[in-house]
Design a protein around this ligand. Structure first.
Ligand code: ZN
Length: 177
């Protein structure tokens, strides 16, 4: 049944073996909504459980600065549905209208993370009026993480989960992680 779904090319719902994930840009899932597609990308910044995850304060700053950048990017702003951190703090999710390939959003993400790497000034939206925890920020550490991920995007980005890294979901039980 899951094989049928995959061969239909519509829903890329599968569970990934997190012991094998390395930093990169991956298509996490594709949803069809009202005749259009919404693609969720796994923007993986850290190797899960093998290197330190991103500090919550830095991740919060990455959320603010990168979301602001994406929503103002001339080329992509109309297709950005959502940007936000993974709860495990090893990466972020990006939801985009349509069905672009990970390689097509690499230049956008590289621009966004180089923007954060070079960012100076106040973190956008880090005020009691705009944010639920406006003191939970760390711009210097966010810039450090951004520089590191931008370097990965330029030199060694991966774009596909290896097929051997997909876990058997024939039991029909899915969980997001
Ligand atoms: Zn906030």
């Amino acid at each position: 049944m899951n094989k049928d779904k995959e061969s239909a090319g519509l829903i890329a719902s599968f569970q990934v073996d997190h012991t094998k994930i390395v930093p990169g840009i991956y298509e996490s899932r594709v949803d069809e909504i009202g005749g259009d597609f919404a693609t969720t990308f796994d923007i993986r910044m850290k190797t899960p459980n093998k290197e330190p995850a991103i500090h919550p304060n830095a991740m919060h700053t990455i959320e603010h600065v990168v979301a602001t950048f994406l929503r103002n990017d001339a080329e992509w702003k109309d297709r950005i549905v959502y940007w936000g951190p993974m709860g495990c703090l090893t990466g972020c999710y990006l939801i985009v209208k349509g069905r672009p390939k990970p390689q097509e959003i690499q230049p956008l993400l590289l621009r966004a993370f180089e923007h954060l790497r070079d960012y100076e000034g106040a973190v956008p939206g880090a005020t009691p009026l705009n944010c639920g925890n406006y003191l939970l920020h760390d711009l210097p550490m966010a810039k450090w993480e951004a520089a590191r991920y931008a370097d990965i995007l330029k030199t060694s980005a991966r774009y596909e989960y290896d097929m051997t890294r997909r876990l058997d979901t024939s039991s029909g039980v899915f969980f997001d992680s």
